[in-house]
Design a protein around this ligand. Structure first.
Ligand SMILES: [Zn+2]
Ligand SMILES: [Zn+2]
Length: 368
């Protein structure tokens, strides 16, 4: 790829309509920016909310895709990664999916860049009508802005395995940090998708004594994978709510789980998460990406009487992406088994349809 050439992107022009293959001119990187060849782009569950028009943040047209891994094509001047390594064309890199300002109240004072007042995200809140156009990962190239942190990767890494680390993995790292999982804790994870699986792995890394995942009858393959990660799994269609609560009580000397991570991404599971949690426990609600409406909570029984901590988790910061990438690279968990489909970029619509049918676990586009 050279300057003045063009590259392919799959563009969302109208909600609930197929993405349109579109050529845009390849931009020159400004100082501090990186023009990256996208070699792997993850299809995220939230991409269905985005393409379906359920995410209120979306402005069209949009190149979908916020999970990406790639290679450096060109840099705007000398550009270094988070370890100070000078980036060269051909280097494999992963970038933080957000563009944050570093100077607002949340960035500078609270050190919670996930709440940055000016936060933008590739493939979500950066439309593509204007140059540099390449603002999403369902494309041959991504224009990585100067504000996005970059990590250089080992050259032998399989990029497809790392796409989950850039979104689900990073958000899971954030959830575990906020839930403050302790050595010996019992952790229940609702929803064994990539987010839930990463939460389970991070909980184990924190020293959880046992991790139990709840899934549905549609999640049998996912639950098998959770077991390969070291979890005990429960099919909620085979065991009713009272029975599964008793199972968890039996596994915790009648106490209940110290931490319940609701990674199902809807409001419907939150009451069960609260009911399961031990007194003094924490319920982490992670992965809710679009408005959900209300959920009943009995303030006295659910919250006060239990000293319950109800912890929301909104996206993640660069350190969480770093942690997730390190976890994936550690080789301790069968992360590769999460990647069930690899499809060419031109098949992005088929990939979204497969996700809608709940096929597989992680679908990855591999633009060439
Ligand atoms: Zn995502
Ligand atoms: Zn900020």
């Amino acid at each position: 790829m050279t300057a003045n050439a063009s590259a392919l992107a799959m563009v969302l022009e109208d909600f609930s309509k197929p993405l349109v293959p579109t050529q845009y001119p390849i931009p020159e990187p400004e100082p501090g920016a990186v023009l990256a060849q996208v070699t792997a782009a993850g299809i995220c569950g939230s991409d269905l909310d985005i393409t379906g028009g359920l995410d209120p943040r979306i402005e069209l047209p949009l190149i979908v895709g916020h999970e990406g891994v790639g290679r450096v094509i060109a840099t705007g001047g000398d550009k270094r990664d988070m370890f100070g390594e000078l980036l060269q064309p051909g280097d494999k890199i992963v970038w933080h999916r957000a563009v944050t300002c570093g100077r607002c109240y949340y960035c500078a004072v609270k050190r919670q860049a996930s709440l940055c007042m000016y936060r933008k995200v590739y493939g979500i809140t950066l439309p593509c009508a204007d140059p540099p156009h390449f603002n999403g990962c369902y494309a041959e190239v991504l224009y990585v802005r100067p504000q996005s942190e970059i990590l250089k990767l080992p050259d032998n890494v399989d990029e497809a395995i790392l796409v989950s680390a850039t979104c689900s993995g990073a958000t899971a790292a954030h959830a575990i940090e906020l839930a403050d999982v302790q050595i010996g804790d019992t952790v229940v994870v609702l929803g064994p998708g990539p987010l839930g699986i990463y939460c389970a792995a991070f909980a184990m890394e924190r020293g959880a004594s046992q991790v139990i995942t709840f899934g549905t009858r549609d999640d049998l393959a996912r639950m098998k994978l959770a077991e390969a990660f070291g979890c005990t799994s429960v099919n909620i269609h085979a065991v009713d709510a009272a029975e599964r609560k008793q199972m968890v009580l039996d596994m915790t000397h009648g106490i209940g789980p110290d931490v319940v991570i609701d990674a199902a991404g809807t409001r419907h599971t939150v009451p069960e998460a609260i009911d399961l949690a031990a007194r003094g426990g924490t319920v982490s609600v992670v992965g809710v990406a679009v408005p959900q409406g209300e959920t009943p909570i009995a303030i006295y029984e659910d919250i006060s009487l239990k000293n319950l901590r109800l912890q929301g988790v909104w996206v993640s910061d660069a350190r969480h992406m770093y942690q997730a990438v390190q976890l994936a690279l550690s080789g301790k968990y069968p992360m590769a088994e999460m990647v069930t489909h690899r499809l060419p970029l031109q098949e992005a619509n088929e990939a979204l349809a497969a996700l809608e049918r709940r096929e597989g676990m992680k679908i990855v586009l591999t633009p060439q």
